[in-house]
Design a protein around this ligand. Sequence first.
Ligand code: AMX
Length: 434
Amino acid sequence: MGLKDVLKKKIDEHRPRIAKLTKEFGDVKLGEVTIGQAIGGARSVKCLVTDISYLDPVEGIRFRGLTIPEVMEKLPKPKGKDYPYVEGFWYFLLTGDVPTMAQAEEVVEDFKKRAQVPQYVIDVLRAMPRDTHPMTMLSAAVVAMQRESKFAKFYAEGFNKMTAWESMYEDSCDLLAKLPEIAAYIYRMKYKGDTPIASDMSLDFGGNFAHMMGIPAPYDDVARMYFVLHSDHESGNVSAHTTHLVASALSDAYYSLSAGLNGLAGPLHGLANQEVLGWIQDVYAKLGGKVPTKEDLKKFLWDTLNSGQVIPGYGHAVLRKTDPRYTSQREYCQKYLPEDELFKVVAMIYDVAPDILMEHGKAKNPWPNVDAQSGVIQWFYGLREYDFYTVLFGVGRAIGVLANITWDRALGYPIERPKSVTTDMLEAAAGIKK
Ligand code: AMX
């Protein structure tokens, strides 16, 4: 059975669970919303549903019930490689089943048929000033392709709630398959003297991306690892939530992903990986161009905090321990680039920053998140244009958010519309005003 058939079966099995919960248990409370949560970005308010990943504050992310090391171990890998096929991971996120090698390779072949980027998208990218941020380029390329949407066509021709997921699935596969070429094109056009490299259709998602970036092995494995790690972090983060919210209006995958990418481009979210590298360059520049001493670094961290800035790559809205996505990349560095100077600085920050953040007393989580480490590996393999790092995050994040909106349509989730209250109402609820 191919991916779409397996998915159909899973959807048919899952629908009665949602119908029963809504119909018979719709009034059961999951929690109360406090004034602090209403003002404070809905932190911890339980009002989203996804089965694709779950973020435990202490343990970190599980994808479909598996930890990161389990995913890396169990999913099929290209021959001779250490990290799994992105295509097999897509299968896994959609269905919850670990695919066999044959099932993963079937998706690899399917993606190849969908991968060609229309010329007008390239033209859109080429028309943009070269100093445009690469995330703006990525988002623009995605939304420019909206005319290809099978979901929008399906809607225009007579919508059926029961089968809407099929065209959302088709759009999601079409879009995902094209992202490596779009991202690599942006990179080569913007930073490498406008020398795009043609795609090699014999390669898988990660392999072809590395090839089109012009970076030799093992960067293909780095790409696979990176895309898997950044794919999903349950539904409440800005990029996932935005994509889900926009899709809830029955906007198609192109509109929805482009919106999610715009959220990812914020410095408190995905842009943090670029900020980390910028901040470390500052450390170098201000501390004489050499690896700083611990004392110098501590002073620099305090200066950053005292100037009202955040320490990029540290803290998290949900996590309360070191992010396992950080740990996974740290272990990669310990294995493959233990002597790298940048890694040493990042490791030194890990030694000193949590204590400083605890002493500072504001951040609820003083531990590093995914972004604190991810630039080191890219830098090591020659990708030093760090304002591109969020694009890599975006390609990875697309896997998770597109799987989610496919399921959103399968389960017929309605348009999202939380309720606002006024400040007067909050004061009345607090008993300080009638
Ligand atoms: N450095 C300094 N101050 C920090 C901090 C950090 N790394 N993390 C949190 N704080 C501060 C907050 O700014 C806030 O200050 P305020 O009360 O003056 O507004 C206070 O601590 C409480 O914040 P919190 O409840 O611990 O975090 P949050 O849920 O509001 O925000 C996050 C979470 C990630 C935005 C925040 O920790 C942060 O800004 N980190 C740095 C940027 C970063 O690494 N972002 C990437 C996150 C992962 C991702 O999405 N890619």
